[in-house]
Design a protein around this ligand. Structure first.
Ligand SMILES: O=C(O)CCC(=O)C(=O)O
Length: 340
């Protein structure tokens, strides 16, 4: 296991490998979703647009609770040193992106989405892994495209902070690309395998995306926080990936060669803290050994991708089960295919 450390700092992690020198092959990734269009993704988050979207899906009352808590959130501006650290290391931990009052509101909305299995009929609620022999204690529920299902979350102070820091880290033509809610149950052996987000995306585009991963409770290393390989984003290279365990029918993707996993750093977070990671960053989350569920709310921002012709199609995307995310439509220039 990794070295354990205090919350709010970075923890250098001893690589986790099994007897064969590989990490566990138990997948935590997602699988295919039904091809049904959900609500359109709202790209601008001014109050009027968010209100229209919330009313459109019958969530005006939830929006009121969000607006009532928003003034408790302090504005986050990254320092020049933090921006430099993100550019050289590929990730950053920000101690506070929301407030206790706002996190309480977000958690109520978040937990209800999971209780109701929101979006299940449209393939947006998934419990991974989907392989029957791995179900049961490995259950890891996820709500994809969470901001389409609960647009009131776009009005949070968290989202305003996430947008602001993404603009500082990438550029101010950065667009909102959506996000997910990943709820790892307490005492769950489920983990998200090592991967790069770009392994799920188009090979012929150079991406500059940032994922903002918000902790909705105290998240020490043993709760399954994010771990990174510093600098692994720099060559803008996608390492070889494969289906977890090398099984074509496994859900998600994992890094094929774990010799890339050097100097791993874990980012324990306090409630309301967040990690930010670059789209070419190697990352994973370990199992949740605590009694409480580990709730993470993710928002993704990206600058317009550039065409590239130096990368061959990714062989791991050839499996027939690998399909575009529902609702990708015209935004497919920068859309996720399967997502971790
Ligand atoms: O929370 C997790 O288990 C994984 C999150 C992740 O891979 C991501 O946000 O890119």
């Amino acid at each position: 296991m990794g070295e354990k450390g205090g919350i709010g700092g970075l923890v250098r992690v001893v690589r986790r490998t099994n007897k064969n020198g590989r990490g566990s092959a138990q997948p935590g990734g997602s699988s295919t979703r039904a091809d049904v269009e959900p609500e359109p993704l709202l790209l601008t988050h001014d109050d009027d647009s968010v209100r229209r979207a919330a009313v459109g899906v019958g969530r005006e009352a939830e929006l009121e609770t969000v607006l009532a808590a928003r003034s408790t959130v302090q504005e986050v501006q990254l320092s020049a040193d933090e921006v430099d650290a993100f550019r050289s290391q590929g990730f950053l931990a920000v101690p506070q992106m929301s407030s206790d009052a706002e996190i309480a509101v977000i958690r109520r909305i978040y937990d209800r989405l999971f209780e109701e299995r929101a979006g299940e009929a449209r393939g947006l609620y998934l419990e991974t892994p989907q392989e029957s022999h791995l179900k049961g204690e490995h259950r890891y529920p996820k709500v994809h495209q969470v901001y389409r299902l609960a647009p009131e979350l776009l009005a949070t102070g968290f989202m305003a902070n996430a947008r602001r820091v993404s603009c500082q880290l990438l550029s101010c033509d950065t667009e909102f690309l959506g996000g997910h809610a990943f709820r790892k149950p307490g005492r769950s052996p489920s983990h998200t395998p090592w991967h790069q987000d770009q392994a799920y995306h188009r090979h012929d585009l150079l991406f500059r995306n940032v994922n903002v991963w918000l902790a909705l409770q105290e998240t020490p290393v043993e709760a399954g926080t994010m771990e990174f390989v510093p600098g692994s984003h720099l060559p803008s290279r996608v390492f070889d990936h494969r289906r977890p365990g090398g099984h074509d029918d496994s859900s998600g993707l994992e890094l094929a060669d774990e010799s890339e996993l050097v100097d791993v750093v874990a980012c324990p977070l306090h409630t309301g803290g967040a990690t930010l990671h670059h789209s070419y960053m190697l990352h994973h989350t370990p199992p949740n050994a605590t009694a409480e569920a580990r709730r993470a709310l993710i928002a993704i921002f990206g600058a317009p991708p550039q065409p590239r012709d130096d990368v061959a199609p990714f062989p791991w995307q050839k499996a027939s089960s690998f399909r575009a995310e529902p609702g990708s439509g015209p935004r497919s220039k920068n859309v996720l295919t399967e997502t971790p």
